[in-house]
Design a protein around this ligand. Structure first.
Ligand SMILES: Nc1ncnc2c1ncn2[C@@H]1O[C@H](COP(=O)(O)OP(=O)(O)OP(=O)(O)O)[C@@H](O)[C@H]1O
Ligand SMILES: C=C(C)CCOP(=O)(O)O
Length: 256
């Protein structure tokens, strides 16, 4: 069984506080991944930018306008912080005996018009065949039209799930699933199912998110679901249930 897990930046970082880790959640994620790995479930991890990638990319407007010398520096700084966050996650996995391997996403992916254009899936597959756990991430990448762009981990996860014919694609987010309205509101209700033909939830997007927040995640999730991958969005607590398709409080993403 193969699971592609998008580990949301809202899970592993404090999104409202720049450059702040949620170490308890990184540890819990590593514990749960060890359990899956020990049960011979193949896992590909893609993590997001959280409060490391988004504020840096926003500071240099990497997702918009013309390329420039200052953007070259912003590109390098964004890559630095994404590598830093990646290493923090890898360290916890390794310390639990999980053979996690960092995959520098910008070295194997490019965009055109800010859409995924080239991606070396073979290298990810080769790591899997050797019982490794590849850990990719949303990243600053070469864009053949605009010079540089930000490629979201949400796109990468949906793409890889389809290309590798994964059994399941899980989006882990800090709010624990998709609610009918922003989860901070007292009357917010967890949606147990969501479909592209239904009403979309009300969302509150953070100004610090340069890749479109929950709305963009849903469009990636729907595209994977339409191609036949089982897709779930939920919190860390129920990672195992989502991977195995068991009933629990999370959101199932349906194809239509
Ligand atoms: N209706 C809603 N249901 C669930 N979450 C919502 C809703 N509206 C807003 N949100 C917010 O969206 C967040 C998840 O989206 P976000 O873009 O932060 O995902 P992420 O993948 O964790 O982040 P990153 O892009 O940094 O990896 C939740 O933690 C929550 O704060
Ligand atoms: C902001 C950066 C560098 C990564 C974006 O990836 P995402 O957080 O998965 O959307």
């Amino acid at each position: 069984m193969l699971a592609v897990i998008k580990l949301g930046g809202s899970v592993v970082t404090e999104k409202t506080r720049p450059y702040t880790l949620r170490e308890d959640n990184i540890n819990l994620f590593a514990d749960k991944t060890r359990q899956l790995y020990n049960e011979n479930i193949e896992v590909v991890i893609v993590h997001g930018g959280g409060s490391f990638g988004h504020p840096t990319a926003a500071k240099y407007s990497l997702g918009s306008s013309e390329f420039s010398r200052i953007k070259a520096y912003g590109f390098a700084e964004t890559r630095y912080w994404m590598s830093y966050l990646n290493l923090k996650i890898i360290e916890e996995l390794l310390s639990r005996g999980v053979p996690a391997i960092s995959v520098q996403t910008s070295a194997i992916a490019q965009t055109r018009n800010r859409q995924l254009h080239r991606f070396n899936t073979e290298v990810v597959n080769a790591f899997l065949e050797r019982m490794l756990v590849p850990v990719l991430y949303g990243d600053a990448v070469i864009d053949v039209t605009y010079g540089v762009a930000i490629l979201s981990g949400d796109d990468i996860a949906a793409y890889l799930a389809q290309e590798l014919r994964a059994d399941v694609l899980v989006y882990l987010i800090g709010s624990g699933g998709v609610y009918d309205r922003p989860p901070g509101r007292p009357d917010a209700r967890l949606l147990r199912e969501i479909r592209p033909s239904g009403a979309l939830p009300q969302t509150s997007e953070s100004a610090l998110d340069v890749t479109g927040g929950l709305r963009h995640k849903l469009s990636c999730a729907f595209s994977a679901a339409r191609s036949g991958v089982r897709v779930a969005i939920g919190g860390l607590t129920y990672l195992r249930e989502m991977v195995l398709g068991q009933d629990a409080p999370y959101t199932r993403v349906l194809p239509e």
